[in-house]
Design a protein around this ligand. Structure first.
Ligand code: HAM
Length: 443
């Protein structure tokens, strides 16, 4: 029999092995500390949502809605019966492709936006898009997102951008990222621009590849996102959105740039940045990384002041951004190391109960203790080799004699010249307490 088993993960739905998990957790912990420190409260949202939520928010013509949504099919007869003869697909459940619309849905449903309440929220977790997998593009990927409601000014746009920037600094990757910024104006500005762009592109229809002709039909602004060379060349002559941004949106954008400049946050104005999703207005931004190839956007967001009303709520200004955990993890080279255990219990054969009792007592007394109890037998020598490889600071050796007297022999694994000493279980607990203090407070 082979050792690789009979099954593989589905394409684009990857495992995250222990070493990579450390990097991800490090990133997630930093993001959580940073966001909560700035007054953002975590909201946990479900993986399955009503597909109409995305059709309404992203637009029925959106690429995600058209091609990338994972619909869920209820399969069992019992389930169909419960649903009045319908499977889940007919009722329209899908795996969420992004977190903004679900966050708005939940905030509205639970009254978080009642009477103009201001909210700063964040979320994390898996998103699903049925795209062609490649480096940095998965079908199941993870985002951490921040969404704010009730703030109309550019100060909050600047806050979101500053939070992202702080996070890149703390991760040590700030120098690999550049921030692109644009204003899409308000709804009326956008539709004037969309008409102008559409006119221009129709005048050059034969130069557009078929996919982009389709985009032009569905949503002309999407063509600006095209990666096709012919389209990109044509776009250098297309009208610019900045020429269509109205007075109020323009002032908003200028103020945002002033605040960013005051914080020394560099950005490149990119008049062609529109972002893939339909709900944006005014500020849009994206961080791109050098060296990630085609999938170089690691985080992105913007204002979406009309989405709350679109989803049935009252007029509420809103903005947010989300980062792609997998793409960011590709940039983090400062791999965090697993924290080593404080101690590893080595035992003579026949002493499994006594060793388990010792481990139990130590874990009860020292909640922050990192302790491995050897399982599976073996000679003292081979157990000590394992203890050493685990990175443990101390080995606690339990022989017949020690067990009888509730003692252990303590061996310093990181200072091999130090002589071993025999201590009572109570004294070992005291010693470990000191070591944990040192580990945590770096004494
Ligand atoms: P998005 O640009 O679609 O925006 O996704 C945000 C980030 O998720 C991207 O910059 C990228 O890092 C990551 N991402 C997207 N698709 C994939 C994929 N297939 N594989 C790996 N990573 C991916 C949104 O989702 C908006 N909801 C962001 C937002 C929040 N806007 C306002 N608030």
């Amino acid at each position: 029999m082979g050792t690789s088993g009979d099954f593989q993960n589905l394409r684009g739905i990857a495992d995250c092995l222990p070493a990579a998990t450390l990097t991800r957790r490090h990133l997630e912990q930093l993001a959580c500390e940073l966001l909560e420190g700035a007054g953002y409260a975590e909201i946990r949202l479900p993986l399955l949502e009503d597909v109409n939520l995305f059709q309404r928010s992203l637009g029925a013509g959106d690429d995600i809605v058209m091609k990338e949504i994972y619909h869920c099919f209820g399969s069992s007869a019992a389930e169909r019966e419960r649903n009045g003869g319908m499977g889940v697909a007919e009722r329209g459940a899908c795996l969420r492709p992004e977190g903004t619309a679900p966050c708005v849905r939940a905030a509205l449903q639970h009254g978080l936006l009642r009477s103009g309440a201001k909210q700063r929220l964040w979320y994390g977790g898996a998103m699903f898009r049925h795209e062609r997998p490649q480096r940095g593009r998965e079908r199941q990927f993870h985002q951490i997102g921040a969404e704010v409601f009730g703030f109309a000014g550019p100060d909050i746009d600047a806050e979101l951008i500053a939070l992202g920037t702080h996070l890149w600094q703390r991760l040590g990757i700030a120098n690999q990222l550049s921030l692109r910024l644009n204003s899409l104006g308000d709804a009326a500005d956008r539709s004037r621009y969309s008409a102008a762009l559409s006119n221009f592109l129709r005048g050059h229809l034969s130069q557009l590849p078929p996919d982009d002709q389709l985009r032009l039909e569905r949503s002309p602004l999407r063509v600006l996102d095209s990666k096709e060379e012919a389209t990109r060349a044509l776009l250098t002559e297309a009208p610019l959105i900045s020429d269509y941004v109205g007075e109020q949106a323009h002032v908003h954008f200028c103020e945002l740039r002033e605040i960013l400049a005051a914080m020394d946050i560099d950005c490149q104005l990119d008049p062609r940045l529109v972002r893939g999703l339909d709900y944006y207005n005014r500020t849009v931004f994206e961080w791109q990384a050098d060296g990630l190839g085609a999938q170089n956007a690691v985080a992105a967001g913007g204002r979406y002041d009309t989405l709350v009303t679109q989803l049935g709520g009252s007029d509420t200004p809103a903005a947010g951004f989300a980062l792609g955990v997998e793409r960011l993890a590709l940039l983090v080279t400062d791999e965090p190391l697993p924290a080593p255990p404080d101690a590893y219990i080595v035992l003579a054969s026949g002493l499994a109960s006594c060793a388990a009792q010792l481990a139990q007592m130590l874990r009860d007394e020292l909640p922050q203790l990192r302790l491995i109890l050897h399982c599976g037998g073996g000679s003292f020598k081979s157990q000590l080799r394992r203890a050493d490889r685990s990175g443990a600071v101390l080995a606690l050796l339990l022989g017949e004699e020690e067990a009888a007297q509730h003692n252990v022999v303590v061996k310093e694994l990181r200072q091999p010249d130090t002589s071993q000493r025999t201590l009572s279980w109570g004294a070992v607990s005291g010693l470990l307490r000191e070591r944990i203090e040192e580990r945590i407070h770096g004494k």
